[in-house]
Each structure stands twice: as C-alpha cells, then as structure tokens.
Write a protein that binds this ligand. Sequence first.
Ligand code: FES
Length: 106
Amino acid sequence: MGTIVTLCRADELPEKTVRRFRAGDRDIVLVRDGDDFNALQDRCSHENFPLSDGYANKGVIVCPMHGASFDLQTGEALSLPAHEAIEVYPVHLREGLVQIELDEAK
Ligand code: FES
C-alpha cells in the first residue's frame, strides 16, 4: 500500500465538484459526482494544462485548453489532441474523509 493522504471532508464538496489539491509534490484533481469520487493527476497529457480548470461529466473530465477528455476511472485519453493516459489515484472514504493513495515509487 502507498502513502495515504487526506484531502478534505467529503461533506465539504458539493455533489458536482472539480477541485485542485496539492498532495506531497503532486497536483491532484478531485472530482465528485454524486457519491462517486475520482482523483487524477492535475495535468493534461497534451500540454500540461490543469484539468481542474476544466469540467467533468458522465465519467469524463475535459481539458479546457484544447478539449481532450480522459476517463475518470482509468485516466485513459478518450479524445485528441491527447494520446497518453494520465495517472489516477485510488480514493478511500473513511470516517467522512476523502483520502487518496499515492504510490511512493512515483
Ligand atoms: S493542454 Fe489539454 S488538450 Fe491541450
């Protein structure tokens, strides 16, 4: 298991939320859609624009710069101009807290 980092309380996030966090030396975008929480690297794989400035809908996050989209669960690039997947982080909800798991090797 990697390092567990607490980002916030779950009830601080409205049910439709895209928010930036800093965890260790990484920028994280946390997406809440109803009861689903997903955490990904906050850098588009096209030109590194922050995805947290974009929006999420129906399991996808969209980069606001050139419109690439990524699967919230896998990080897979779903549309051009991005080709490469972005990193995703396991999310745990514990005692009302949103926690992510960072792989120490990265
Ligand atoms: S920087 Fe995200 S699509 Fe170009």
